[in-house]
Design a protein around this ligand. Structure first.
Ligand code: NAD
Length: 462
């Protein structure tokens, strides 16, 4: 007899959702957590950054309020309050997850979880070390900021996102290494609060995973806001010199350097695998991520891994979806595998970026015959009313079936708008049907209809 049906190690958006689903399905469930419940997403990622970005949005709106006929004199910001509010938001939501655990009678075992054997976990905290047994174990330990031997976080000058989210002193200048989602979101935030921002990205474009046209449009916008972009540029060395950071970078064989107040490492993340006992039972790891099948089962039958720890996509909402599938499988149901081409990804920059499915490059590789529709937001009335004319909607279809195979948005509320296209794509609504759907006027979502029309040369406003 085991203490639990399921023990989940980690309470991020993968772990806590899995735990609640597990309890809902009548399984006796515990979660092991060494820090605040909610994981990185809720405490040090998605949620607190969005709170910071709301402050940035308000400040940016005040800066341009004159244009709207509103005079605001003597405006300023209190950076420490911006940070404090973001922490309060994260704490409130973490408490919310604790409430859900209680409501669902899920035990929270505070401490560091380590797998001892196929059914036993040790939980160690400062106070004690205990052992609990479970029929099934779900590893949801997440990931942490990648560091390199020549790039180590010191939390003074060289920082990771956690420090950027909690340090109440605003830097005058920052070099962000990495132009992925984290780099770009922080660039938007710091630029809004008048910090001098440089992004260094070794690939040809920022947000390199996105459709190239989207990355280029974002680059144009960031440059207009005086964010310095060094693409095709590799950081070679980081040093501390007289209380400042020195970044040495190379581009086309030329070496250069920048002196800056802070250096933010946003060069990706790596799985939290250290000391969790994988070697005790021989769990397969591939390229430093835990290897799983479509039910998120590892090579050990009763041990599962979900979320960042099992590798891409490193997104909160895919972690939650994976957690539900793993638990349904444990509960003897027959869950449908996730179709990763239907999972949206969003970057909360300004303008926002959101996508689902294939980029144009990928679509051309996979399909013989594709068609593309593209409509700029400046053709959509609502965008002009809110003074957000930047960006566009782009929809890619398989010309033979008219099915949506990729959708990309850069512009106002892109992260909200992509849900409509995700729904259309995952339910296989064809683009001609989407074009015939009536969208309310005046809304940004009319950009979706208009783009679907544009695929067939039928758009009205361009
Ligand atoms: P990332 O892997 O998306 O981007 C890191 C970037 O750093 C890459 O573009 C890479 O080319 C660049 N890079 C690496 N080494 C470099 C060097 N020496 N010099 C210059 N550039 C270098 O990682 P991230 O932005 O740190 O985010 C981590 C994960 O979290 C990602 O998978 C991301 O999708 C996810 N995330 C998602 C969101 C969101 O959905 N809004 C927000 C934050 C993070």
């Amino acid at each position: 007899m085991f203490d639990y049906d399921v023990i989940i190690i980690g309470s991020g958006p993968g772990g806590y959702v899995a735990a609640i689903k597990s309890a809902q399905l009548g399984l006796k469930t515990a979660v092991v957590e060494q820090a605040e419940v909610g994981g990185v997403c809720l405490n040090w990622g998605c949620i607190p950054t969005k709170a910071l970005l709301k402050s940035a949005e308000i400040f940016n709106n005040i800066k341009k309020s004159k244009k709207f006929g509103i005079g605001v004199s003597n405006y300023n910001f209190d950076y420490s309050k911006v940070i404090k509010r973001s922490r309060q938001v994260a704490n409130r939501l973490s408490k919310g997850v604790n409430f859900l655990f209680k409501k669902n009678e899920i035990d929270v075992l505070n401490g560091f979880g380590k797998i001892i054997d196929n059914n036993t976990i040790s939980i160690s905290s400062k106070e004690e070390s205990i052992r609990k047994t479970a029929k099934n174990i779900v590893i949801a330990t997440g990931a942490h900021t990648k560091e390199f031997p020549n790039m180590k976080i010191d939390n003074e000058i060289i920082i990771g996102s956690k420090n950027a989210l909690s340090n109440e002193e605003k830097p005058d200048s920052i070099v962000i290494i990495g132009g992925g989602a984290i780099g770009v979101e922080f660039a938007h935030f710091f630029n809004s609060f008048e910090t001098k921002v440089t992004i260094v990205e070794m690939l040809p474009n920022i947000l390199p995973q996105e459709d190239k046209e989207i990355s280029i449009e974002l680059e144009r916008n960031l440059k207009r806001r005086k964010i310095k972009l060094l693409t095709n540029t590799k950081v070679e060395k980081i040093e501390k010199v007289n209380g400042k950071g020195k970044v040495t970078y190379s581009s086309d064989g030329n070496y250069n350097e920048i002196i800056t107040d802070k250096i933010l490492l946003a060069v990706g993340v790596e799985a939290n695998l250290k000391n969790i006992g994988l070697e005790n039972i021989g769990i397969d790891v591939e390229n430093k991520w835990i290897k799983v099948n479509e039910n998120y089962q590892t090579n050990i039958e009763n041990i599962f891994a979900i979320g960042d720890v099992k590798g891409a996509p490193l997104l909160a909402h895919s972690a939650s979806a994976e957690g539900i599938i793993a638990i349904e499988y444990i509960a003897g149901k027959n869950p449908k595998p996730l179709n990763y081409e239907n999972i949206p990804a969003c970057t909360f920059s300004h303008p926002q970026v959101a996508s689902v499915g294939l980029t144009e490059k990928m679509a051309n590789k996979k399909y013989k015959n594709i068609k593309i529709g593209k409509v700029p937001f400046r053709a959509i009335g609502k965008s002009i009313t809110i003074d957000e004319p930047e960006g566009f909607v782009k929809i890619i279809i398989d010309a033979d079936t008219k099915k949506i195979i990729g959708a990309h948005i850069i512009g106002p509320d892109a992260a909200e708008l992509i849900s409509g296209l995700g729904l259309a794509k995952s339910t296989e609504i064809t683009a001609d049907k989407l074009a015939k759907t009536i969208f309310a006027h005046p809304t940004l979502s009319e950009g979706i209809k208009e783009t679907a029309e544009n695929i067939f040369g039928e758009a009205i406003h361009i």
